[in-house]
Design a protein around this ligand. Sequence first.
Ligand SMILES: NC(=O)c1ccc[n+]([C@@H]2O[C@H](COP(=O)([O-])OP(=O)(O)OC[C@H]3O[C@@H](n4cnc5c(N)ncnc54)[C@H](O)[C@@H]3O)[C@@H](O)[C@H]2O)c1
Length: 112
Amino acid sequence: MAGRLEGKVAIITGAGCVGPGWGNGRAECVRFAEEGASIFAVDMSPEPMAETLERVAVVGGEIETHLCDVTNKAQVDAMVEACITRFGRVDILINNVGGSARGGPVEMDEET
Ligand SMILES: NC(=O)c1ccc[n+]([C@@H]2O[C@H](COP(=O)([O-])OP(=O)(O)OC[C@H]3O[C@@H](n4cnc5c(N)ncnc54)[C@H](O)[C@@H]3O)[C@@H](O)[C@H]2O)c1
């Protein structure tokens, strides 16, 4: 049976993991690849993406890695361009990189 994401291209940010084993981003890369998506894996550092590459290879998935700090707009614009250059399209965006700060949308300043 064909995977549910056959022919789709997914940008997944935070595709590495801060420690060994599984993080959300790494798991999403592998699971989406299992369903047939082409993965454009994005992280700000190359080291944690090596294990993600290995794990996607184990399931026979297609993956391209790209370095980008997603807090930098120019780098995010370049990320999208690089994905389109490599795969010709973007179907799915997983904005996985996150962080925590106290307060709600009303109390937080715009930069946060
Ligand atoms: N793993 C969990 O069980 C869990 C549960 C609830 C919430 N979260 C939150 O979800 C988010 C993602 O989780 P995860 O497990 O994939 O995270 P993680 O902490 O394992 O990090 C994933 C990757 O994000 C990269 N990264 C960090 N800042 C970046 C930036 N500015 N630009 C590009 N890459 C960057 C890191 O280099 C790392 O390889 C985090 O905010 C985390 O707090 C995770």
